[in-house]
Design a protein around this ligand. Sequence first.
Ligand code: SF4
Ligand code: ZN
Length: 429
Amino acid sequence: MFINYGKCGIGKINLELKIIGKCSRCRRGNAIINLRYAKQRLCKDCFNEFFVNRVRKTVERFRMFKPDERVAVAVSGGKDSVALLHALKLAFPKQDIYAFYINLGIKYYSDHLERKVIELSENLKVPLEIYDLRDEGYTIDDFMLTKYGKKMCSVCGTIKRNIFTKLAMKVKADAVATGHNLDDTVSTMLSLFFAGDFEGIARLKPVLKPLIKGQPRKIKPLIMTPEIEDLYYVALNDLPVQECGCPHGEFTPIKGIKRYLDMMEEEQPDIKFRLFSVFRKKFVPLVDRSREEIQEKVVECKICGMPSSNEICSKCRRVMELMEIKSGKEMKFEVSFEEVESMLREGNVILLDVRDKKEYDVYTLEGAINIPADEIERRWRELRKYRKTHKIVVFCNSGRASYAVTMKLRNLGFKSYNLKGGILSVQSS
Ligand code: SF4
Ligand code: ZN
């Protein structure tokens, strides 16, 4: 069985699951998943059971919610939150569960995810609330105009956290569940540790208490689940999940500390669980004790009413900065074919075809060079000589993968533009 996660564009994951003997639990099924830390090889059914059981046990062990409480699940359409909603529903079929989706207005991405989340919640019969950032007059893409352009995930996270809290309070949820997995938690713990941000580590607990009255607690039912198992779960159960990576995501899905952790795991299969346990049991209580002495001050943000350490919360401050810039500047990341033609007449334009080489060989725009989207991380330096002097027009079939490449190149300092609608728009016009 092949797993293609993020089939198009940057950040693809391709995995193959092969039969590796008989299942260590049922002894009948063909084992396809090797859980080295648990010394078990599982078949599909036993893996599913194991996965859902662990979610149930995690919720119970950390007392994440009670049977009569309302749980809001933040679903992004990515593998973690999709696996979370599905497994929670199976583990607690009688629980009052709500799903939330925030449409971030990211072109070629957010609408695609929204369709997946609608499909999932309909399949599971879970009520879904959708919130569209465009109704507030801005999108995450717009932040490319601001100084946060190079830290899109950080500004996006601030906004999502704020809105999820607001939505959860609106439906009177007792807890908000997010899809943070074991790898996310341990790698963030280590990077915060290296940065000396010990208070940040204390916030990585499985359950975060409310800061103000009416605010739900934040819970992470996948905190004991390794990331790769979310992918297995979603693929084995054929759940509707994102097929394209976010244009603002990091170049590679497994990066930095996560990569080192994976390397360490080769020799010590339970290293991630051990690190999590040491941090949680030994480190966090120490930080908590010293924090109590400092007594953090929390107030309600004057604009949105959400908990904040300042009069105006960080989300509202960032949105205000954006709105100020947006009113004076038009964002232009996409161009029509007519505009490309006039750019070409002016000169100093590179046409960059990011489709696969096979497609490029059959047909492309005159003079275009080819770097497939999934090779851009490795090969973008080939374009370096044009950075100061040329505009780069990026295209693919639909405009989707090329939009992601356009954003990456912008972040690397290029004047890049996406061909609106992709090469299909050229052929049809
Ligand atoms: Fe937001 Fe970053 Fe996720 Fe994109 S990859 S949705 S910018 S957090
Ligand atoms: Zn606010």
